[in-house]
Design a protein around this ligand. Structure first.
Ligand SMILES: [Zn+2]
Length: 569
């Protein structure tokens, strides 16, 4: 599951990964699997197989599987190796199991400069640009306007005054009185979409580490086009106080919001390079000659969020989150109250009695989405053993989900089978938990069901019917509350199925829900509920088989959305 959209996050993590490579040793206790012989598993879906595979896939040696980067290649090598071993057809690019999804955009420092009144400002020294879109406006010849102070509509200039201009913002001090540097790039870009450039005058206050991170590189979709509704986005860059004064022709702190400044020249140039981020795509060919060129798509995501440069104590973090952040990164970071701290200490003391402290820096992503990835491999293994469904099963292990569903966005735009030959899409993300201690309502077989009736009533009914015919001990408990229109958690917009639904493909998304380890270094295989994980996986196997054996497609009886519109939960 990806996080809510936030500013600057993806680039921060990417840069963190690049900086830390080679300086941080992995403290693995589990054997590496990338390129190694496969684990001995049976064709049946068993608790032991799920556990053995997940311990390998979420091992520290995978370093958090972040995309783009070498660890995403390692993870996807393992998946492709299993698809080959199981005899599935490669269905990526050029006869391989892989589809390359990302490029990185890197600033050409030598070719980028800004000039004002004959003075030249240097990239990454006087100003720090951010890549925004495949087409960004030129700032050459644009006049600078004082945009006010980043914050609310009251403190910022009317966007009507900034079309074609370079609009410069100040940042308010931090609560502790230190100079502030953060402004929301996405929000500013949306509000001032018609400006030539957006400038935030906070480079002097930006921490050196952040400065290096933001200057490193930005991942972006390969071959990305501008959306049909817009031709270009404004440039965005941070500047030093000296550059800001030159651009406005005076001290910004002493000038009125809306005041006009100088005319700027120069250009900002980004270069594109290939990035290591791959979808793995494999087909289990169907048995029916009339139906085998249609597909049931099955999806999960192969990436997670990498690793930190600074380790934390695993048990302290987990005890703290149990009390203060039971939803992990879905809950805001805050300090514990004294009463909460007492409870945290009690948990930690009990853990210290059974094991020593352990520093941890790797986001293993055992549940997110090691669980979905491993479930798909086990389902592929079971189906490959036969009998095969009538329709073909299209297994898509998406990359860069955590960067904003990029692998799925790319696959939906560049599907390697005709898009209208995909009859339905089944997505699984975080299906290994759902215990009573994880979230309210949790129990063995607990599943949050999302999207199943948004396009097709028939699909929603089928999802229920397959469950109802299972023996009571194997039945799932569907929780529909997160599927409600406008639900604040936005799960419908936060995993890969959304990009299939955009194009009118009926989708169903299963997740066992959030927990204290969500997007924390503590999302490890020993905290998975293997019996429940097995129950969900065997159910998915049946559901996918049922969809594959139906001779008619599930009927789309609800309105399709505009594929270019913003996702609405
Ligand atoms: Zn996630």
């Amino acid at each position: 599951m990806s996080v809510h959209a936030t500013t600057e996050r993806a680039a921060l993590r990417l840069a963190t990964t690049l900086l830390a490579l080679g300086t941080l040793a992995a403290c693995s206790t589990t054997a590496s699997v990338g390129g190694a012989p496969s684990i001995g598993t049976s064709s049946a879906i068993t608790v032991d197989d799920l556990r053995a595979r997940l311990y390998a896939y979420a091992a520290d040696s995978m370093m958090g599987r972040d995309a783009p980067g070498p660890w995403n290649d390692k993870a996807t090598d393992y998946i492709a190796g299993e698809m080959r071993r199981l005899g599935l057809e490669p269905a990526g690019e050029n006869g391989t199991y892989f589809q390359s999804v990302l490029i990185t955009q890197t600033l050409d420092v030598a070719a980028s400069s800004i000039t004002v009144d004959g003075q030249t400002f240097r990239a990454n020294t006087d100003f720090l640009p951010r890549w925004q879109a495949p087409v960004m406006r030129s700032i050459a010849g644009a006049q600078v306007v004082h945009g006010g102070t980043w914050g609310s509509a009251n403190t910022m200039v009317d966007p009507a005054q900034t079309a074609g201009k370079v609009v410069l913002f100040l940042v308010p001090p931090q609560p502790n009185g230190q100079p502030g540097w953060q402004a929301n790039r996405a929000a500013l870009t949306q509000r001032y979409a018609n400006a030539a450039g957006i400038v935030v005058a906070s480079l002097d206050a930006m921490p050196a580490e952040t400065r290096a991170e933001l200057g490193a590189a930005t991942p972006a979709l390969r071959g990305q086009q501008m959306p049909p509704t817009m031709s270009a986005l404004p440039q965005f860059f941070y500047v030093t106080g000296a550059a800001a004064r030159a651009m406005l022709g005076g001290d910004p702190a002493g000038m009125q919001m809306g005041a006009t400044g100088r005319t700027v020249g120069g250009s900002i140039v980004f270069r594109e390079t290939a990035a290591q981020a791959r979808n793995v795509v494999a087909v289990l060919r169907g048995s029916d000659p009339a139906l085998r060129n249609t597909y049931v798509a099955v999806g999960s995501h192969n990436d997670h969020v990498g690793f930190n440069r600074t380790p934390v104590d695993h048990d302290s973090l987990r005890a703290f989150n149990a009390v203060v952040r039971p939803g992990g990164a879905d809950n805001p970071a805050r300090a514990a109250t004294p009463d909460e701290m007492t409870r945290v200490r009690a948990i930690l003391d009990s853990l210290r009695r059974i094991r020593p402290a352990r520093p941890d820096s790797i986001f293993n992503g055992a549940d997110d989405d090691g669980s979905g990835t491993i479930a798909m491999i086990e389902i592929a293994e079971a189906m490959a053993a036969g009998p095969r469904p009538k329709r073909s099963i299209l297994f898509v292990f998406h990359t860069a989900e955590e960067d904003g569903l990029l692998g799925a966005a790319y696959y939906a735009e560049h599907s390697t089978v005709p898009r209208d030959s995909i009859v339905a899409m089944v997505n699984m993300d975080m299906i290994g938990r759902g215990a009573a201690t994880d979230l309210p309502g949790g129990r063995p077989g607990y599943v949050q069901l999302i999207g199943s009736r948004r396009l097709s009533t028939q699909l929603g009914d089928l999802v229920e019917a397959v469950n109802a015919r299972r023996p009571e001990s194997a039945r799932l408990f569907f929780d529909y509350q997160y599927d409600a229109n406008g639900h604040p958690q936005q799960y419908y917009c936060r995993s890969d199925h959304y990009h299939y639904a955009r194009f009118g493909i009926p989708v169903v998304f299963l997740s066992a829900g959030g927990h204290r380890d969500y997007h924390q270094v503590t999302d490890e295989p020993q905290y998975i509920e293997y019996d429940s994980f097995h129950r969900v996986t065997t159910y998915l196997h049946e559901l996918i088989g049922e969809l594959g054996n139906r001779t008619s497609r599930v009927v789309v009886d609800k309105p399709k959305q505009d594929p270019n519109a913003q996702c609405r939960q």
